[in-house]
Design a protein around this ligand. Structure first.
Ligand code: BG6
Length: 255
């Protein structure tokens, strides 16, 4: 609309699209660090973006987090007419249940009268467990379903706060601090150059799997997440659509 054209947010969107390797950038007014309503605006923007892109019988993989939970809250029932299937992008045992990908995916399905599948496997396992786990037919089948997602919706987190939320061991915490990790997405921790400092052995979607999804929508706001977003965008697939807020965008377009 005309208001949007005249506002600073559309200028920020253009600057972000120029500066970063994203398909599209959307900026909502405000700063999520300052105002709680901004998360709902991020949610709304993501829903609009989904509406324009989702096709019949699509599989939609989602991560957890409070931002994704806000997206779930905003989903209108009508989108469910497309016979969608929601799946968690990763396993989620051991994490706070309200923020889990399983929970967010279930709420999305509930809001839209769609189907969903749960994936109750530990989020992070040892390599031996991982290797034997993925040979289990049920787990293998579920992993294939997740990897075949047409659309991926995910959050981006500040590295140290995400590591704390996940009850990370002192040893790995040290590795993150030494490696100057600033951003996190899908269990991968990145430094400012976008190098992977650490990657949890997670069962679910891996960074390279994002290349096979038609649409990857990253939603993260707040000036405090700017460094994290910047780091992640160095690794993100070029098909990424970034949905952020003015607070983060203003930092992202600078320097
Ligand atoms: C998690 C995702 O669930 O949400 C992470 O798996 C992401 O990759 C995080 O960093 C972001 O959380 P929030 O609450 O800040 O939206």
């Amino acid at each position: 609309g005309i208001m949007h054209e005249l506002s600073g947010t559309s200028q920020l969107e253009q600057q972000l699209q120029k500066k970063y390797a994203v398909t599209k950038a959307l900026v909502v007014p405000g700063d999520n660090d300052q105002s709680p309503w901004v998360k709902r605006e991020l949610g709304k923007a993501c829903v609009n973006c989904m509406k324009q892109r989702v096709k019949a019988d699509n599989i939609i993989a989602v991560t957890g987090g409070t931002t994704m939970a806000a997206v779930a809250e905003m989903l209108p029932a009508e989108i469910g007419k497309k016979n969608l299937l929601f799946v968690p992008a990763r396993g989620g045992l051991g994490l706070d249940v309200t923020n889990q990908a399983n929970t967010v995916s279930a709420i999305m399905a509930d809001k839209t009268n769609s189907n969903h599948r749960v994936f109750y496997v530990p989020d992070q396992v040892s390599s031996e467990i991982y290797d034997s786990f993925i040979k289990e037919p049920q787990i293998y089948e579920m992993l294939n379903l997740i990897k075949s997602a047409n659309m991926v919706l995910h959050g981006i987190g500040e590295a140290i706060s995400m590591a704390k939320r996940r009850n990370t061991t002192a040893e790995i915490m040290d590795k993150l601090i030494q490696g100057k990790a600033v951003g996190e997405a899908f269990g991968y921790y990145f430094n400012e150059d976008g190098d992977i400092v650490h990657k949890g052995q997670t069962i679910g979607l891996q960074l390279e799997d994002l290349n096979s999804a038609n649409h990857v929508i990253a939603v993260a706001g707040g000036a405090s997440k700017a460094k994290a977003i910047k780091a992640y965008l160095k690794q993100a697939p070029p098909s990424t659509i970034l949905i952020t807020d003015e607070g983060a965008a203003k930092v992202l377009v600078k320097g």
